[in-house]
Design a protein around this ligand. Sequence first.
Ligand code: ATP
Ligand code: MG
Length: 646
Amino acid sequence: MADEIIAVKPEIAAKARIDAARREAMVAAAASDPDAFWRAEMGRIAWMKAPTKIKDVDFGATSGNVSIKWFEDGVLNASVSCLDRHLATRGDQVAIVWEGDDPNSDAKVTYRELHARVCKLANAMRRLGVKKGDRVCIYLPMIVEAAVAMLACARVGAVHSIVFGGFSPDSLASRIQDSECTLLITADEGRRGGRRVPLKANADDALLTCPSIRHVIVAKNTGGAVEMMEGRDHWWEAITAGEGTTCEPEPMNAEDPLFILYTSGSTGKPKGVLHTTGGYMVWASFTHENVFDYRDGEIYWCTADVGWVTGHTYIVYGPLANGATTLMFEGVPSWPDNGRFWQVCAKHKVNIFYTAPTAIRALMRDGEAPVKKHDRSSLRILGSVGEPINPEAWLWYYRVVGDSRCPIVDTWWQTETGGILISPLPGAVAQKPGSATLPLPGVKPALVDNEGHILDGATEGNLVITDSWPGQMRTVYGDHARFIQTYFSTFKGMYFTGDGARRDADGYYWITGRVDDVINVAGHRMGTAEVESALVAHPAVAEAAVVGMPHEIKGQGIYAYVTLKAGIEATEVLRKELVAWVRKEIGPIATPDAIQWAPGLPKTRSGKIMRRILRKIAANETEGLGDTSTLADPAVVQELIDNRVG
Ligand code: ATP
Ligand code: MG
């Protein structure tokens, strides 16, 4: 597949915050004197005491210990950057546009109202005894209360740990236990795609094994019946009713924790990623403003859930720190119909739209009509995050959704990185469909071989980051040894991402998938992303997942799971055609040895394909499938096991 290049349009470059020349100047400045660069950038958030020290980092190359500190003598409160400092200039501006699951329900909350609601809850939390450093679990649907709860925790210095509302009682319990939360904030029920999610009932189940929880605050959302335990459970309305609308923000050191968030579990047991206050906030603001080229007055919509890091950084902290209007969506892309995303874009005149490849691929299955039905002329920038976006899906997003007008920012990052690290800047970097392109100023990626030698030029290898950036995670909660072991022991002195990547002659990065997923066919290393993209480029294919399987001669063979587009029949002829297609697109070395039709693929709750499970099915090792607690639909797995090929 020849790499297509989509140049920056002159009219976009002319108006962008950052054009190519400015980007180059920033990259040079951040490289030559990082302290000076970040000293200038730290002014984008509000400090109670401005830091004098900027960066103090040891990746453990010689010491064996890893210590990451940014702005370490600064004092601040994250909620002040997101709320208080905007009151004088934009108190009456809408901070959050809320769009309900039901297309007829929505709400707008101004900065002034949001500030008042946060303060009331923060006061109530203090009265319940919540203090600086205490952990608070948030298990809420995508309602405004979720943002209020996060900011109220920040206000009193409590460390929030959000658990996605789709998780089961067991998953909720293990996360509460791991960080010993003392308060849980939840709702009676959530709504998703017209169905109700019994959040409080799930929480009650979970709390049977969570002795650390002393109080539960329950938001009334649907009005569904719930049980309330006397002394432990409090209605949000009631407990905040008598509280004042101002609240003294807790002074926090820059390195005091802001939140814990468990990774999505694509590769195994979720890790409790800990982020601190100063560096994270600077990174959230810096990346949100520059990657999305955010302008005052624009409507910005990230479709993620606040239960994922994308929701933390790009629905709440980044946009609110920048005084943006951020849209929060309670629903799903497919309900009441699969034009919902575009209907919401038209309704609220969305300018910047940020979603995941899994959603794009699902919507592609139904063709262009549901998109074209709605007015998308307000859209200016499109974004993608979460998985490699196949060039085919990228081009569909670009041409159909963006009418070939809107630059796409394919943003590579992780829960661990706090914010985006590799992405085009829309006014500065030409795009190649399927490539996350170039690192942001101040980010130093490298590719290394399996011995840790840095590889130069156009090459492929393990993606590492060789120096720190302010938004980097600081530790695994309660287990610093696991932090060092997971991220800094594979390659000494470097942060190992776990991802593989290719770098082309222009220095562009192409994420090839998790390193664990790399397939080695007769000595040829291949990323799963490449073979999947070839399959998805076939007109009959909606989605594909590729894994290695044991092969007597080649060492590993290629096993592909293929989901067909709506209305396409799975035939032997088509199977042969797909095998020939991949041979032609990539080469004989990539010829699939087996293709299994998959009506559905096992995905994490955040929509990522769980290849480790598919690997086991392909190898016919279906006994120990490992941690499946973050699987969205366990039934899919049995279906695949029953219809295994070979
Ligand atoms: P776990 O670490 O528990 O296995 P996870 O890695 O899926 O779960 P996240 O932190 O949510 O948890 O996801 C980060 C990963 O998502 C990256 O390491 C990468 O594999 C993938 N990813 C994110 N954005 C992109 C992108 N734009 N292009 C390619 N891959 C991406
Ligand atoms: Mg990960």
